[in-house]
Write a protein that binds this ligand. Structure first.
Ligand code: PXP
Length: 251
């Protein structure tokens, strides 16, 4: 039986909308509190170097005001390490960051960046923070993540979500194989990026995946039907895919 699949709701883009006008509306901390009542198991927020959405004050307020575990997405830089050590979130997910990108376009290349990432993983883990590395579904990346001492890897699902037809099936197979390999390596497996009502099912059905982090689509859907309803529907689709996969395993 696959274990319970957690949903981390990423609230970055509530802050994107707020920042479009400046001021305080809509408030990402209010969204985080609402996500908790709608069925989220954790809150994810990415403090980017250019502060394009989440602000330092948001991180402070999230750390103080929310009861769900906070997953702090961060680039492996001295500035972000200092902020993580100040707030001691439940988890930190190391992501690559380029100023010119619209979103996190690929996974962190932990093979190439090994020497940069190694001390960051150690420092955060020593502070009691659960360290996750956001990587492409690729065996080399996973093996290096293990070597680096990360407890968790988050598989980048962007290529799968962007693909269509046979290519989408190929991209899903890469995620399935990578997830199976995390079990061999003893890594906890998370996944996320670009997931929607249409694409979430096959990823939720992968038994090794323990957590999905989903943001942009939920905030977009909230415009049409409210955040509560978008999160509940996503939660329902995840649970349904998981239950079907478990049924197939025991049948
Ligand atoms: N996981 C990680 C590591 C991310 O960087 C992001 C995007 O910030 C997400 C999950 C959520 O992606 P999306 O907003 O496309 O659902």
């Amino acid at each position: 039986m696959a274990e319970y699949l957690r949903l981390g709701v990423n609230i970055d883009h509530v802050a994107t909308i707020r920042n479009a006008r400046g001021g305080i509306h809509p408030d990402p901390v209010r969204a985080a509190k609402l996500a908790a009542t709608a069925g989220a198991d954790g809150i994810t927020a990415h403090l980017r170097e250019d502060r394009r959405h989440i602000s330092d004050e948001d991180i402070e307020r999230l750390s103080r005001e929310i009861e769900l575990p906070l997953n702090f997405e961060m680039a492996p830089t001295d500035e972000m390490i200092e902020i993580a050590l100040r707030h001691l979130p439940h988890a930190a997910c190391l992501v690559p960051e380029k100023r010119e990108e619209r979103t996190t376009e690929g996974g962190l290349d932990v093979a190439v960046q090994h020497n940069v990432v190694a001390p960051v993983v150690r420092c955060l883990a020593d502070a009691g923070i659960r360290v996750s590395l956001f990587v492409e579904p690729d065996k080399v990346q996973l093996a290096v993540a293990r070597e680096l001492g990360a407890q968790v890897v988050e598989l980048h699902t962007g290529s799968y979500c962007d693909a269509t037809g046979d290519d989408q099936i190929r991209q899903l197979d890469r995620i399935v194989e990578a997830a199976q390999y995390t079990r061999e390596l003893g890594l906890e497996c998370h996944a996320g990026h670009g997931l929607t009502f249409e694409t979430v099912g096959p990823v939720a059905a992968i038994p090794e995946v323990r957590e999905l982090n989903i943001g942009h689509f939920l905030v977009g859907e909230a415009i049409f039907g409210g955040l509560d309803s978008a999160i509940k529907r996503m939660r329902g689709l995840m649970d349904q895919a998981r239950a079907e996969a478990n049924g197939q395993q025991t049948a």
